[in-house]
Write a protein that binds this ligand. Structure first.
Ligand SMILES: NC(=O)c1ccc[n+]([C@@H]2O[C@H](COP(=O)([O-])OP(=O)(O)OC[C@H]3O[C@@H](n4cnc5c(N)ncnc54)[C@H](OP(=O)(O)O)[C@@H]3O)[C@@H](O)[C@H]2O)c1
Length: 292
């Protein structure tokens, strides 16, 4: 396991489009952003078949082509509508094809589907492990009960759990997922660490100044940006790493630098206990989206 996996990885949501490919997408700048991350020693690249309906995976494949595959840690996800046995096998093969690789380091259930038994999906993941198409199994957006069901049906331990988690979204800590992951030695990976603004819920991004006075104050104290404090709050926690996305080279370096900032534990505790806006449930732009 590369050491840098444990701190920060690079996300690809909104590369190539949103849920569908954008015909006007600037593919070259997406590829350049992924390569910039790799050139700055980020080895963990996170993508999904859902992102731009496969286009993000294609862009990742193009971006990583000149690099040594063994130096990278590539993760993708099978979407919630494809969790039947045969569908998982087909989706994984298609992802590998788009990514131009013959294995994934990590393959996630993107979001559990209550209508498809965990045992059936787990059986497909067992087969993918057996065929060496994937090295590790992950669950994304799963609650503790779902994780237990998968743990019982998988031939391998769950490797990673990916959840919406940041200073605002506290669902994984409030619903026991963080604790479960620590107990079971499962990597916990926070998605959306910097938080995009959400107009529906009147939520500002964590990179914005003037939105959260406590964040402004602590960032000023260390002469860093608000985004850096948001990232450091996550990386300071036991067993927590994160994936973030940027197309801005300055932001990339800012976030990399943030992972090891020296911060008084009292300030981190103040953020944990008194961050002014805290939500018990994760959300998307269309509303609340609890762990399943
Ligand atoms: N499992 C799931 O269901 C799930 C759901 C959502 C996301 N994810 C994964 O998690 C990754 C990260 O989440 P995300 O992309 O939604 O959100 P994010 O990384 O928290 O935020 C991305 C936004 O933050 C901006 N940004 C990045 N660094 C910044 C900085 N230093 N200062 C100011 N702004 C900065 C970026 O804009 P610029 O380009 O301008 O820097 C971008 O608009 C995704 O890409 C995806 O791979 C997984």
């Amino acid at each position: 396991m590369p050491a840098s996996f444990y701190k920060i990885g690079f996300g690809t949501w909104k590369m190539g489009g949103t849920t569908l490919p954008d015909p006007h997408n600037d593919d070259r700048s997406d590829i350049a952003a992924i390569r910039d991350a790799i050139d700055n020693n980020i080895v963990h690249i996170d993508t999904a078949e859902l992102y731009a309906d496969g286009k993000a995976e294609t862009l990742v494949g193009q971006a990583v082509a000149p690099y040594n595959r063994a130096d990278l840690f590539i993760a993708s996800k099978v979407r919630e509508t494809k969790l039947n046995y045969d569908a998982v096998l087909t989706s994984c093969a298609q992802s590998l094809d788009r990514l131009g690789t013959d294995y994934l380091d990590l393959y996630y259930v993107h979001k559990p589907n209550p209508d498809i038994p965990a045992e059936e999906t787990a059986a497909a993941f067992n087969e993918l492990i057996k065929q060496k198409m994937i090295k590790h199994v992950g669950l994304s957006n799963a609650g503790v009960e779902t994780m237990r069901k998968y743990a019982a049906a998988l031939d391998v331990p769950i490797f990673a759990a990916q959840c919406h988690y940041n200073l605002i979204v506290r669902e994984p800590e409030r619903k026991g997922v963080l604790k479960y992951c620590r107990e079971k030695n499962i990597h916990f990976i926070a998605w959306r660490p910097i938080q995009l603004p959400c107009e529906e819920l009147n939520i500002h991004g964590l990179f914005e100044t003037g939105a959260y006075p406590l964040l402004d104050q602590i960032a000023r104290k260390y002469a860093v940006s608000n985004a850096q404090i948001a990232v450091r709050w996550l990386t300071a926690q036991e067993n927590v790493s994160l994936i973030f996305k940027t197309k801005n080279p300055r932001h990339l370096r800012e976030i990399i630098d943030a992972a090891d900032l020296s911060i008084d534990p009292a300030d981190l505790k103040e953020l944990t206990d008194h961050f002014p806006r805290q939500e018990d449930t994760g959300f998307t732009t269309t509303g609340k989206s609890p762990l399943i």
